[in-house]
Design a protein. Structure first.
Length: 535
């Protein structure tokens, strides 16, 4: 495994709390096994491994979700889930995943970037197994015919690098580079004779640059057409055009031109455009039906249509590639208008709850870019990248207190990257469940009472009151004397020999599990009543 750390450290002091910001970069191939160690973050940051657990060494955020985890026992950053570069970054040249790692006491925030290196785990592929090309026997050597290109999800040297053509006497292959794409052309190098051979069978092979290389084959069948001495010649070998979806009807996309040196009907050129866009006898390709990119291509990648251009007498085929570009004509939408959660108030900060994922059929920058939530002190949104796109999670960032607020109403917004951006909302309701975190509290800290002798049995002497702010059984209060009733009286009551005061304990208990209690002392003075009214 190849990993290189590049630590960049920043420090700042705010309100006497030191926050150390550091940035490290590691490189790892995409086919690394689950559990493999990418690097030792604690070592590269100079952290004391022995304090990582007590300082709650952990990953707190990252668009990659749970692809990576840290080991608090040794400070190592390791692979937690299978890493597929193509699912994470498609065909982007650089695949960078950002992590935020924190330790506490004191608080330190460190940023780690993991670059996923492409491996040759995908082979080239053609969209069809066989391609039939019709060529007039009068076609002159040097004529070029564009062939379908192969697609490879890998990038760089692991993408398609070369094309090869099976050995034959009439054709050779030419490759034209267009950025990262290579376009193969079949070039006629020797005159065809239909009377000798009506069909030519060839194999086009696409190979990537991996070690070992991977390849794919396309069967080519060349049908030799008879009649006419001259073929129509287009002004360009390849036509390509970009068309925005929702383009108005009758909009001209492109005009093509071909000439035929023959005379009469053999020199009259008629154009036919294959596909679903239109046809024309004037060589103008125009829009004849409503174009919706999402209906045509559905996915988020490039949306290309291959349109055949035919000229007759003799028959000649060229191809026009029409790329349909996306416009931001769809707003993000959630599967429901509201989502509810029940969260116990003793839930620790950092707990995650998966939220509904919004859907936006637009592509590229017009697709969903981020999620936001109503500003509040208890919750935040964390976004995880998955095969289906960005998945939002509700993260508890501050402890809940049901006695202060038993319900939180928030609004999460999904925003796309269009200009102007479109958005959709989801109402989020959090009901806070009670836990037995409050003990009963008496209305007074100490009770003083005077009791006259000879009061009737069962008479009320005095009333005390205790309140518990918890809910349900957690808030139900029961009163008992501080000692068990079957003990002797002098074990329950204490008598001051000088003042004559009697002291005993009263305990208020709630019905929670475990029960919380609160006790207080009661001071009483017994009065004797004589017949002459003296005490």
């Amino acid at each position: 495994m190849i990993t290189w750390p590049y630590p960049l450290v920043f420090a700042a002091l705010f309100c006497c709390v030191q926050v150390i910001l550091a940035q490290i970069k590691y490189l790892t191939p995409e086919d690394v096994k689950v559990g493999a160690i990418i690097g030792n973050v604690a070592k590269d940051l100079g952290l004391d491994v022995g304090t990582l657990i007590s300082r709650r060494f952990r990953i707190v955020s990252g668009a990659q979700g749970t692809l990576f985890e840290v080991n608090p026992n040794n400070g190592a950053l390791y692979v937690h889930e299978n890493v597929d570069r193509e699912q994470l970054c498609d065909r982007n040249v650089a695949c960078l995943l950002d992590l935020k790692i924190v330790v506490e006491n004191p608080l330190e925030v460190h940023y780690v970037t993991v670059e996923i290196i492409d491996t040759n785990d995908n082979r080239p592929s053609f969209t069809e197994k066989e391609k039939v090309i019709e060529i007039a026997e009068t076609t002159l050597p040097g004529a070029r015919f564009q062939l379908p290109g192969a697609r490879d999800r890998d990038v760089g040297v692991n993408a398609v690098q070369i094309y090869k053509l099976s050995q034959n006497d009439h054709f050779h292959l030419e490759i034209r580079d267009r950025g990262e794409d290579k376009i193969p052309f079949l070039v006629l190098q020797r005159n065809l004779d239909r009377e000798r051979k009506t069909n030519h069978s060839l194999i086009l092979t696409a190979m990537d640059g991996g070690t070992p290389p991977k390849s794919a084959n396309l069967s080519l069948t060349i049908k030799v057409l008879d009649n006419n001495d001259n073929r129509p010649v287009f002004s360009q070998e390849v036509y390509s055009v970009t068309l925005q979806e929702n383009a108005p009807l009758d909009k001209t996309i492109i005009k093509v031109q071909a000439t035929d040196l023959d005379e009469g009907i053999n020199g009259d050129v008629e154009y036919t455009f294959g596909g679903d866009i239109t046809s024309s006898v004037f060589g103008a390709l125009y829009v004849s039906n409503h174009i919706d990119r999402e209906e045509l291509c559905q996915g988020s990648g490039a949306c290309r249509m291959e349109v055949k251009i035919l000229v007759e007498n003799p028959l000649e085929i060229h191809y026009t590639i029409v790329e349909i570009t996306d416009i931001n004509d769809n707003s993000p939408s959630f599967p429901a208008r509201e989502q509810t959660f029940e969260i116990a108030e003793q839930t620790l900060p950092g707990k995650r709850f998966q939220l509904h994922t919004a859907r936006d059929p637009d592509a590229g920058l017009n697709s969903i870019r981020t999620y936001t939530i109503t500003s509040n002190e208890h919750f935040e949104v964390n976004i995880r990248q998955s095969d289906a796109g960005k998945v939002p999670f509700l993260v508890l960032k501050k402890s809940l207190d049901r006695e202060q607020n038993n319900e939180h109403k928030l609004v999460m917004t999904a925003v796309d990257g269009g200009k102007p951006p479109r958005s959709g909302t989801l109402n989020v309701t959090i009901t806070v469940l009670d836990s037995n975190d409050n003990r009963p509290i008496f209305s007074q800290e100490i009770y003083h009472l005077s009791i006259k002798e000879n009061i009737p049995v069962g008479a009320s002497v005095f009333r005390m009151n205790a309140t518990d702010y918890d809910d349900g059984t957690n808030g139900e209060v029961e009163y008992t004397l501080g000692k068990t009733l079957w003990q002797k009286v002098y074990d329950i009551f204490e008598l001051d020999k000088i003042s004559g005061e009697i002291t005993f304990q009263v305990v208020a208990s709630d019905s929670g599990t475990p029960s919380l209690t609160f006790s207080l002392s009661v001071f009483g003075l017994l009065y004797n009543i004589s017949y002459n009214g003296s005490k």
